[in-house]
Ligand binder design. Structure first.
Ligand code: PLP
Length: 284
């Protein structure tokens, strides 16, 4: 695979970074993950806005330009991808190279940029049959709204879930469900859709925001209000949203079966509205 590292397009096994890059030493950087349908990036403007915000919040002085599009186009071409490939585009920016110190380097550093484009098909089984998830304490830092490359708590929660026989974990903070390890979560109860508000406790997902738009445009009642863990037993439907998941149903949470482990009607409707949008905007 050809990747992009600090201005160069190289084979991934020939690319390298300086060991003093602050991303490597201190996870001092931010990233974005984009979905590509039919050769075109989904919600590019929204992703770029979020990426710029993450950079600003970490005080990494860099203003994004159309480098995001250019790097993608070059990687697409150099890897000989086809429009029919479903792709995932990853890009991260770190504060750059400096001897290890918690304080930011006094002298201005060159930011470090790494990007790759890989094939990423939707997980059809999960999409059609649903996921089984557990709950886990949300022991991440309090700035989950920043898409920071430091993901240790997310990785641990996901691995613990897998080790316990689940597909993923839902984080619980102060008795409320915030989000999953790499996606946002929605619940349906009595035809009302609930999702955690876009506070510092969650990443404001581009897919989440798009699904909220779909709900509003199609007359679904939606509340940005968190579900407390004690209400889990009474919910009718649940689903995750994310760049690589679109709308993926949840059929079991801990030992609680949701809707007899069948995909709920509202979830199905949102899946089909999502697909219709892709059809209209990417494949016509
Ligand atoms: N929440 C977390 C913690 C994530 O890491 C992600 C995606 O990586 C999301 C939510 C979903 O965001 P998006 O829909 O922009 O992919």
């Amino acid at each position: 695979m050809i990747v992009f590292v600090n201005g160069k397009y190289l084979k991934d096994n020939e690319a390298n970074i300086n060991v003093n890059d602050r991303g490597y030493l201190l996870a001092d950087g931010v990233y974005e993950g984009f979905r590509v349908y039919n050769g075109k990036i989904f919600k590019l403007k929204e992703h770029k806005q979020r990426f710029q915000r993450s950079l600003n919040e970490l005080k990494i002085s860099h203003t994004l330009t159309d480098e995001i599009e250019t790097i993608f186009e070059k990687l697409f071409e150099k890897n000989s991808y086809k429009n029919s490939d479903e792709l995932f585009y990853y890009i991260q920016i770190t504060r750059g190279v400096a001897l290890r110190d918690h304080a930011f380097p006094k002298e201005k550093t060159e930011i470090g940029i790494y990007a790759f484009v890989s094939k990423k098909d939707l997980n059809e089984k999960a999409y059609n049959e649903g996921l089984k998830v557990c709950t886990a304490p949300d022991n991440r830092w309090a700035r989950c709204d920043i898409k920071c490359i430091s993901l240790t708590a997310n990785c641990l929660a996901k691995q613990n879930a897998i080790d316990e026989g689940f597909d993923d974990a839902l984080f619980v903070h102060d008795g409320v469900i915030t989000e999953a390890t790499a996606s946002n979560v929605f619940f349906v109860k009595d035809n009302i859709i609930y999702t955690h508000a876009a506070t510092n406790r969650i990443l404001s997902g581009i897919t989440r925001n798009f699904v909220i738009d779909l709900c509003n445009e199609n007359g679904f009642k939606l509340k940005e209000f968190p579900l407390t863990i004690d209400k889990l037993k009474s919910i009718d439907e649940a689903f995750l949203t994310g760049t690589t998941l679109e709308v993926t149903p949840i059929v079991k949470i801990n030992d609680i079966s949701i809707n007899n482990q069948k995909i709920g009607e509202i979830t199905k409707k949102l899946q089909s509205l999502f697909k219709n949008y892709l059809q209209e905007n990417f494949y016509k």
